[in-house]
Design a protein around this ligand. Structure first.
Ligand code: ZN
Length: 314
């Protein structure tokens, strides 16, 4: 049996959040439906933040409700605070992705409080979730942003990452995601950070979130796989630039990640050809958004047999 890798599409959140043009709600829902049909099991569909802060997410409620209609899809939303968690509970979203920055400066700039206060807020969120009846209680993911580098502070000490990972775990996180928010990481660093984190909180599922800002994204996935990580975030067409590096590429490209994993013999559940087709929805809806992707440009290798087909023949 091939090992299964859990993938989460984050383009609708990470990819769209700094894009100035609003993507129509119906286009977002068409994207979600098409990618779910291609085999994507989890999609971070939006962020529960005030619309005046990020107008792109003004339709968060509609997008969540629409996505929840798709059978079998895990619908996730990012939340920066308790208010976001309340919103998610009201909407019935499946998973909340609470994000705080390991970097003190980045957390101050992003959510105007030190990381310690973000941990306190996280405890309040977990308490609120535990009051909800079973079946109406979203899964809570603790996200560690800037864990592999920060635009203000540069390298982040591994001990800092581990410290907040442990605090989120002790506060009641169901799972964690360790993120290279600004694309500074390299494979050696990835091994050091993920090994240290897994040594302390390996009892929880831990996901990796990489950006390909400097071309190290898929190499970092390889390093994380070596550490035993089996959950990855990525975005279709690599949407998601960096606010500190105008024109830079964004998240790792979902299509390229799926191809690499499939090629290595991992099972992703995603149909590569069908996934590439989903790009058309984005191109049509947002003709000005930069699209990345080596697999989409090159196509599958001649005579390529997918991991699923190889398994069926075996
Ligand atoms: Zn990101």
């Amino acid at each position: 049996m091939a090992q299964h890798i859990k993938l989460r599409e984050v383009g609708l959140r990470d990819g769209l959040q700094i894009h100035p043009t609003f993507m129509a709600t119906q286009d977002k829902l068409a994207w979600i439906a098409a990618e779910a049909a291609a085999g994507m099991r989890e999609i971070e569909v939006t962020s529960y933040v005030p619309p005046k802060l990020i107008p792109q997410f003004a339709d968060a409620g509609e997008v969540t409700e629409g996505a929840l209609q798709i059978p079998g899809l895990i619908v996730t939303a990012l939340i920066p605070n308790l208010r976001g968690a309340q919103r998610g509970i009201e909407l019935g979203v499946h998973k909340l992705n609470y994000v705080m920055s390991v970097s003190h400066t980045h957390n101050m700039k992003n959510v105007r409080r030190p990381p310690e206060d973000s941990i306190t807020d996280f405890r309040a969120i977990v308490a609120l979730l535990r009051e909800q009846p079973a079946g109406r209680r979203p899964i809570i993911c603790g996200g560690l942003s800037t864990a592999l580098g920060c635009s203000y502070e540069g390298r982040i000490a591994v001990s800092q990452v581990v410290r907040y990972a442990v605090q989120l775990a002790e506060a009641g996180a169901d799972e964690l995601v360790v993120a290279d928010t600004v694309g500074y990481a390299d494979p050696v660093q990835v091994r050091a950070v993920f090994k240290a984190v897994l040594a302390e909180v390996g009892h929880l599922p831990v996901a990796a979130h990489f950006h390909d800002t400097r071309g190290t994204g898929l190499a970092n996935v390889g390093a994380a796989l070596d550490c035993g990580i089996t959950m990855f975030d990525a975005s279709l067409a690599g949407l998601g630039g960096c606010p500190f590096a105008p024109g830079a590429s964004g998240n790792i490209v979902m299509e390229d990640l799926c191809f690499m994993l499939d090629s290595m013999g991992y099972e992703t559940g995603v149909d590569l050809q069908q996934l590439i087709e989903v790009r058309k929805i984005i191109t049509q809806a947002l003709p000005d958004i930069p699209m990345q992707g080596a697999l989409a440009r090159a196509g599958l290798p001649q005579g390529y047999v997918t991991a699923a087909a190889r398994a069926a023949m075996a």
